[in-house]
Design a binder for this molecule. Structure first.
Ligand code: C2E
Ligand code: MG
Ligand code: MG
Ligand code: MG
Length: 287
C-alpha cells in the first residue's frame, strides 16, 4: 500500500512538473514572437531630485501585453528571455523604443534603460545604442544605462571596456539593485559608476529595522565618498522619504512619487505634484 501511495504521489508530481514545463515552453514560444506582434510596451517611472522634487529621469520598464494573459510583469519573462537568448532582441527593442519615445517628449528629461547581463555580454550594446541615438537625434547625455553587478561577473575586462565606451559616448551608467548581489565590493574599483540605486529591499525596511537604516546610510555615504549620486528605489511612504532625504539621498523613485505608467500619464506631471512631498521642513539626521 505504501508503495502504491508513493507511486501515486510520484505520478502526481510528474504530472505537475509536466504542466509547469509545458507552461514554460508555451510562454517561451509566445515570447519569441511577441516583439514582432507588437506586444511589448514601455512604462515609465519618474526619478525625482531629492532636494527639489523635480523629475530628472524616467526609467523605462518593459511590459508584455499578452493577448490572453493581460499585462505580464518583467519578472515573469525577463529571466526566461535571459536564459533563451531572446533578451538580445527584446533588449534592442527596449533601447530603440526608449530613444524614439524620449526624443518626442515635451521636456528633455533623461531616460533610463535596464540592460541585463546577457544582453550586455552578447550583443554589441554600444552599436545598438549608438544607432538608436543617431536615428532619433537623441542627445547621448539624456540616456542612462542601468546595469547590475552581474555584468561584471563573467568577463570583467570586456564589460569594463564596454562601460567605458558608453561613458565616452556621453551616457551615464547606474548600478542597479546595489547591495543585493553576491560579489565583493572590489568590482567598484574596476569602473566608476555615475550612480548607485539602493535596492528597494533595504528602502522598504528603513522605518522598521535599525540594520536596514544603517545599510542605507552606509550606501549613501559610500556613494558620496566615491563621488557619485545615489538614488533610492521603492520609496512608498513619507516616513521612508523623510529618512532618505535627511540622509542626503540625491534622487527618489517609488510609488510614493508615482507608479510606472505610459508616458502620457505624466502630461502635466511636474513640481506641483511633488511639492507637497518635497517642499517640507525635515529634521537633519546625522550622516
Ligand atoms: P528594476 O530595474 O530594479 O526596476 C525597479 C522595479 O521596482 C520596477 O519593477 C518598478 O515598478 C518597481 N518599483 C518602483 N517603485 C516601487 C515601489 O515603491 N514599490 C514597489 N514594490 N516596487 C516599486 P518592474 O517594472 O516589475 O521591473 C522589475 C525588474 O525587471 C526591473 O527591476 C528590471 O530588473 C527588470 N526589467 C524591467 N524592464 C526591463 C527591461 O526593459 N530590460 C531588462 N533587461 N530588464 C527589465
Ligand atoms: Mg532599473
Ligand atoms: Mg533596481
Ligand atoms: Mg530589481
Amino acid at each position: 500500500r505504501v508503495k502504491q501511495e508513493g507511486r501515486g504521489a510520484l505520478l502526481f508530481y510528474e504530472a505537475a512538473m509536466n504542466a509547469q514545463l509545458q507552461a514554460r515552453l508555451l510562454l517561451g514560444q509566445e515570447l519569441s514572437g511577441a516583439a514582432e506582434r507588437g506586444e511589448f510596451v514601455l512604462h515609465y517611472q519618474p526619478i525625482v531630485n531629492g532636494a527639489t522634487g523635480e523629475v530628472e529621469t524616467f526609467e523605462a520598464l518593459i511590459r508584455w501585453v499578452h493577448p490572453t494573459r493581460g499585462m505580464v510583469p518583467p519578472i515573469e519573462f525577463i529571466p526566461m528571455a535571459e536564459e533563451t537568448g531572446l533578451i538580445d532582441g527584446i533588449g534592442q527593442w527596449v533601447i530603440e523604443t526608449a530613444c524614439r519615445e524620449a526624443a518626442d517628449w515635451t521636456h528633455p528629461w533623461r531616460v533610463s534603460v535596464n540592460v541585463s547581463p546577457r544582453q550586455f555580454r552578447q550583443t554589441d550594446v554600444c552599436a545598438v545604442i549608438g544607432d538608436a541615438l543617431r536615428a532619433n537625434r537623441l542627445d547621448p547625455a539624456r540616456l542612462v544605462v542601468e546595469v547590475t553587478e552581474g555584468v561584471l561577473i563573467d568577463d570583467a575586462d570586456k564589460a569594463v571596456s564596454t562601460l567605458n565606451r558608453l561613458r565616452e559616448m556621453g551616457l551615464r551608467i547606474a548600478l542597479d539593485d546595489f547591495g543585493t548581489g553576491y560579489s565583493s565590493l572590489s568590482y567598484l574599483q574596476l569602473f566608476k559608476f555615475d550612480k548607485f540605486k539602493i535596492d528597494k529591499s533595504f528602502v522598504s525596511k528603513v522605518g522598521q529595522s535599525e540594520d536596514a537604516l544603517t545599510i542605507v546610510r552606509t550606501i549613501i555615504n559610500l556613494g558620496h565618498n566615491l563621488g557619485l549620486h545615489v538614488t533610492a528605489e521603492g520609496v512608498e511612504t513619507t516616513s521612508q522619504l523623510d529618512v532618505l532625504l535627511s540622509l542626503g539621498c540625491d534622487q527618489i523613485q517609488g510609488y510614493l512619487v508615482a507608479r510606472p505608467a505610459p508616458i502620457d500619464a505624466f502630461t502635466g506631471f511636474d513640481r506641483l505634484r511633488t511639492k507637497a512631498l518635497f517642499g517640507r521642513e525635515r529634521p537633519r539626521l546625522s550622516a
